[in-house]
Write a new protein. Structure first.
Length: 271
């Protein structure tokens, strides 16, 4: 039955083409050629605007952004990679799916399923109806896809992107384990936000780089909060040429950091 309908439709379509249709050559070809020319011209024009309004200097921005940005620093330990905006939605998916349990689902699974659905669509939806309001499933599906990509892009764009934001969530845990005072807790938050953990590990979080020691039990070394604050302010004075100076945090913050470090006496060191 459906076949008969399809055949009838196809016949009608052929007749339509005969009576009202325009041949591919030259109509469609001309149409495509003009459109391609327009697209290429727009790209060339944008490239010209970008090039001729930007300067030779790094970071000197024109209407469409700078020609060169700052040179890459291969030695950096605090660089936070960000994708271009049109990948924010995928990027945010990565934050929803946690490493390592479900990350394969987020990075490979969902995009693959979406692509397979897209490929399968012409085989699943064989109806002739083209008016979008008569195709509620397709309409709702498309709206949902657009909406979820929009929301994910927005979330990705506004997500506070740093090693810090994840580490700050650990502060409560640290307070518990180390039995930190209120000042120690403020120091812990600073510690989590200041990028210390791109070199130092602390109670299993952060990454060990450039030979920096684990600081979970630094308080057991017998150094006072003042001494530790002074160390963090100017590590070079203590023979540490690797760690950056944090004097710019200000005396008050340094003391909070020092207090936190002095109270960190090791895993299970709390009450
Ligand atoms: C670029 C890497 C790096 C960063 C970022 C860094 N440190 Fe360090 N830190 C080191 C290294 C390397 C050492 C060990 C130096 C040595 O042993 O001579 C060290 C040593 C220390 C020590 C002395 C440890 C001891 O055994 O006495 C303390 C305390 C310390 N860091 C605290 C901090 C704090 C707090 C921050 C953040 C505000 C921070 N560090 C950020 C690399 C870093």
């Amino acid at each position: 039955m459906a076949n008969e309908q399809e055949r009838a439709y196809f016949k009608r379509y052929k007749e339509d083409v005969e009576t009202r249709g325009k041949p591919f050559h030259p109509w469609a070809m001309f149409h495509d050629t003009v459109m391609s020319l327009v697209v290429v011209s727009v790209i060339v024009a944008l490239a010209c605007v970008w090039y001729f309004t930007s300067g030779e200097e790094a970071g000197e921005s024109g209407i469409l952004g700078p020609r060169y940005t700052e040179e890459a620093d291969p030695g950096t330990t605090s660089f936070i990679p960000r994708p271009d905006w049109y990948f924010f939605f995928l990027f945010y998916l990565l934050r929803i799916f946690k490493w390592p349990e479900s990350v394969v689902l987020g990075t490979v699974g969902i995009p693959t399923i979406a692509l397979i659905l897209l490929f399968a669509l012409p085989f699943m939806d064989r109806r002739r109806e083209r008016r979008i309001v008569r195709r509620p499933v397709a309409l709702v599906g498309a709206l949902l896809v657009i909406a979820s990509m929009g929301i994910l892009t927005y979330k990705g764009a506004t997500a506070e992107e740093s090693l810090a934001s994840e580490n700050v969530e650990l502060v409560d845990e640290w307070v518990q384990e180390q039995g930190l005072s209120e000042e120690g807790e403020q120091g812990a938050t600073l510690f989590a936000q200041s990028g210390c953990q791109s070199c130092h590990t602390y109670l299993g979080s952060g990454s060990a780089n450039l030979g920096a020691p684990d600081l979970s039990d630094i308080g057991a070394s017998g150094q006072s909060a003042e001494e530790l604050a002074a160390y963090v302010a100017n590590p070079a004075e203590f023979g540490n040429q690797v760690m950056p100076a944090y004097a710019s945090l200000g005396e008050e913050n340094l003391m909070l950091l020092g207090t936190f470090l002095a109270e960190s006496t090791g895993e299970g060191g709390g009450e």
